[in-house]
Design a protein around this ligand. Structure first.
Ligand code: PLP
Length: 391
């Protein structure tokens, strides 16, 4: 009998929570459009509003601040716009400042013209340079330019947690708006939009086990509103046109409830992640771990084996029944050099060796042990092939 596969790529897509799957299946069989006034429509509306309350709870926001959309990328593109309103009056932004380690959904700048997007550097752990941010915002303020700052809550590749509350404090001091891409942090860290001081944050359902096809923009209580990305009908209070994907949204809500409960398992997840790190160190003492000395998501491990190319390793692990990913976002299906590790100043040769293991609250001790055994075989075989340091 073939060995069970080990899914250690939760940051790419978390397995669907049983409650989310049940809600999806339940809703998908119903015909109601959330905008219709009849009983079927009202039932769909009820499911959407229930999900809105759950997603709001995930980040301690008000339900009315939640706008559903298709995913984290659409959510980011929605808020990265120069066109905002403040208490209903037009409020135009001139500049977008993003950290050097943002996901492409943010790094591409959304609806800002390319020459209005500026990158704030990070340190060797991938933490945004607050001094640079402060200085640049001060300069912009003297010219009267208005800025939106976008710094992710936690990084998808390294798990490194950004000092978002500090970012927001600095941004506010200079009159800038502040967004945080909380796609990876949600469900792994407690989130509180007001405590963080954010104007807006963005979420994705499939990263918390809600399945693909839903995401959310969540606004704080600051009176700012973005101009919609998708225009047409008045769904989502005119913030995102188009018939809501009721089943996906309902599943997102169910996953949010489970994710809130699962926050209690954070220490266990971190212990398993650390056990994996220990095993890898034992197999390959020259392994380089990234972001280890700083606050990280409990589930994420980013590392490089000198001399072992990530591309080869991902394939070798896959053949050994383990799903993990290279350090880079490989949205095209190709393994490319990680811009995150590059921005952290990692040697380009080592960047090509970057791997990411990401687990979740349902990852078992037995799976961790099985991973260790398979990793030993994979690295031993690669050592034979390449004459690398893996022991
Ligand atoms: N932001 C971060 C940090 C991510 O990790 C991802 C997905 O990998 C996204 C945004 C995009 O989310 P989605 O896949 O829902 O479009």
């Amino acid at each position: 009998m073939p060995e069970a596969r080990l899914y250690f790529d939760w940051n790419a897509g978390a397995p669907m929570k049983a409650a989310a799957r049940a809600r999806l299946i339940e809703r998908i069989g119903h015909p109601g459009n959330g905008s219709s006034v009849h009983a079927e429509g009202r039932a769909a509306r009820g499911a959407i509003e229930e999900a809105r309350r759950s997603v709001a709870r995930l980040c301690a926001a008000e339900a009315k601040g939640v706008t559903f959309c298709s995913g984290g990328t659409e959510a980011a593109n929605t808020v990265l716009t120069p066109d905002w309103t403040l208490f209903g009056k037009p409020y135009r932004l001139d500049r977008l400042l993003v950290s050097a380690v943002e996901h492409p959904a943010v790094a591409r700048g959304g609806r800002f013209p390319a020459d209005c997007v500026e990158v704030i550097p990070v340190d060797g752990d991938g933490i945004v340079d607050l001094g640079s941010l402060d200085r640049r915002l001060a300069e912009l303020a003297t010219t009267g330019a208005r800025a939106l700052v976008s710094v992710m809550t936690a990084n998808n590749e390294t798990g490194v947690v950004e000092p978002v509350a500090e970012v927001a404090r600095i941004a506010r001091a200079h009159g800038a708006l502040v967004h945080s891409d909380a796609v990876q942090a949600a469900g792994k860290l407690p989130l509180d939009i007001e405590a963080l001081g954010l104007d807006v944050l963005t979420l994705s359902s499939h990263k918390i086990g809600g399945g693909q096809g839903a995401g959310a923009v969540v606004r704080g209580r600051t009176g700012f509103a973005f101009s919609p990305l998708v225009t047409g009908g008045g769904q989502e209070s005119w913030a995102r046109a188009g018939t809501e994907n009721v089943a996906a949204v309902a599943a997102f809500g169910a996953a949010a409830e489970v994710a809130i409960a699962d926050l209690g398992k954070t220490a266990d997840v971190a212990a398993r992640r650390d056990r994996i790190a220990e095993m890898i160190r034992d197999i390959a003492p020259d392994v380089v771990m990234f972001g280890e000395g700083t606050l990280r998501l409990p589930n994420t491990l980013s590392f490089a084996m000198p001399g072992v190319s990530a591309e080869t390793a991902v394939i070798a692990f896959d053949l050994a029944g383990v799903a993990l990913s290279s350090g880079s976002a490989c949205s095209s299906g190709k393994v490319t050099a990680s811009p995150v590790l590059t921005a952290m100043g990692v040697d380009p040769v080592l960047v090509r060796c970057g791997l990411r293991v990401s687990i979740g609250p349902e990852t078992s001790d037995a799976e961790v042990v099985a991973f260790g055994l398979r990793a030993r075989n994979v690295f031993a075989a690669m050592k034979k092939q390449h004459g690398t340091a893996a022991a």
